[in-house]
Design a protein around this ligand. Structure first.
Ligand SMILES: CC(C)(COP(=O)(O)OP(=O)(O)OC[C@H]1O[C@@H](n2cnc3c(N)ncnc32)[C@H](O)[C@@H]1OP(=O)(O)O)[C@@H](O)C(=O)NCCC(=O)NCCS
Length: 366
């Protein structure tokens, strides 16, 4: 017999998790690596430090820990998963997908698994996908992970980019809910004409790896920061307004906004244009830098564990990233707050001792 859902179902987040590596790279470390200063980095970006993975870790290792925490908080096991969606720009390998590697590591024997390449907007795109497959009955239980190891594609001789990025993973488990709850609206966009504002020029089918591409440092991120800044603010404002409109809500209905942590000034400018009070906007860029697709689920897990969300709250997620891609979702929160809130790490709180001599973090074996 053909099985069809009776109606489009809602999809809601029932578990959250995060993981960031222990190793901390501070602004002071960068002062010894490139011509920059702690003052410049703080003023222009809001970043104080970022986490850097160990050489023996890959994206799927970070994703695994975040995913295990999310499953635990949902009270589910890996065998319950129907789909695994991994949003990443830094998969372990181009083939197989990071999601398939994670599927094997976590033991999700019943799950389909695939990656979403939408750069910093990846988690928002993934929420749209998860809502679609749950809403139409294709899947009941979806694990969505945003994970990045940007330290592997950052040029630590380029001061324009190296100070911005960090490594980390955040995860959410989604399940069906009533149509009035969970993800109420999704607004996602792209403009490939803006592709070269943020790119890794080589390593794909256009320019496969060669001695020349390695020599020219073309496997690293290249960015036109000033131009990105302007389009990011406009895209984030527009997409959040559109998602609110689709949900039949207005800016004043939002209890919390979790923006992609690209740059504190981008977040502040977006917040001001939207007219959202500062205390409703989550900021943790000081501690983690820009972790691309991981930044929203990392922030989400922190606020959930702090007890800052309660059922019925309206939460806006909004992001902009390479591609260009941008988008927003509006969610009516359904997870209960934890019985006791859990503290989050202050800058430097979990820092491992730093090596006396500054060195690029990649390939040092430390
Ligand atoms: C990158 C960014 C922080 C730079 O800030 P900015 O105020 O736009 O600075 P500019 O690009 O105008 O550069 C100003 C000067 O600072 C210099 N500079 C750049 N990086 C520097 C650093 N780490 N330390 C010191 N000086 C730096 C530039 O070389 C430039 O010098 P010049 O005037 O002599 O040419 C900012 O543009 C930004 O955040 N853009 C968005 C990036 C982003 O979010 N990317 C991810 C998208 S999701």
């Amino acid at each position: 017999m053909i099985r069809r859902p009776d109606a489009i179902r809602g999809a809601t987040i029932v578990g959250t998790g995060m993981y960031v590596p222990d190793r901390v790279l501070t602004n002071a470390d960068f002062e010894r690596m490139v011509e920059t200063s702690d003052e410049w980095i703080r003023e222009r970006t809001g970043i104080v430090e970022r986490r850097i993975a160990r050489p023996d870790q890959a994206s799927s290792d970070l994703a695994l820990i975040a995913a295990q925490h999310a499953l635990e908080s949902a009270g589910l096991t890996a065998a319950d998963l129907d789909q695994i969606i991994v949003a990443t720009t830094t998969p372990d390998r181009i083939l197989p997908s990071c999601a398939c590697t994670l599927q094997a590591k976590i033991g999700a024997v019943n799950a389909a698994a695939y990656d979403v390449f939408a750069a910093c907007t990846g988690f928002i795109y993934g929420l749209g996908l998860a809502r679609g497959v749950i809403g139409t009955g294709i899947a009941d239980t979806v694990l969505l992970v945003g994970v990045e190891m940007l330290s592997r594609i950052v040029d630590y001789t380029d001061r324009n980019t190296c100070v911005l990025f960090g490594d980390g993973a955040g995860a959410a488990v989604l399940r069906p809910c009533g149509p009035e709850d969970g993800i109420l609206a999704v607004s996602i966009h792209s403009d490939g004409v803006l592709g070269d504002l943020l790119e890794v020029p080589a390593g794909g089918s256009l320019r496969p790896a060669s001695a020349e591409t390695v020599r020219d440092r073309d496997h690293f991120i290249k960015m036109r920061g000033r131009e990105l800044f302007k389009v990011a603010v406009r895209g984030m404002e527009d997409s959040l307004r559109q998602a609110l409109d689709r949900a039949g809500l207005s800016v004043g209905d939002l209890d919390l906004v979790i923006p992609h942590q690209a740059n504190q000034r981008i977040i502040d400018a977006t917040r001001e244009r939207l007219g959202v009070p500062a205390d409703k906007v989550i900021l943790n860029i000081a501690r983690f830098g820009n972790t691309s697709s991981a930044s929203i689920p990392i922030s989400l897990d922190e606020v959930q564990r702090q007890g800052r969300l309660k059922p019925g709250d309206h939460v806006g997620f909004v992001a902009f990233g390479g591609g260009a891609t941008w988008g927003a979702t509006v969610t009516r929160w359904t997870m209960p707050a934890p019985r006791r809130s859990q503290p989050v790490a202050a800058p430097g709180a979990e820092a491992e001792p730093q090596a006396a001599a500054p060195s690029p973090v990649r390939g040092t074996g430390s």
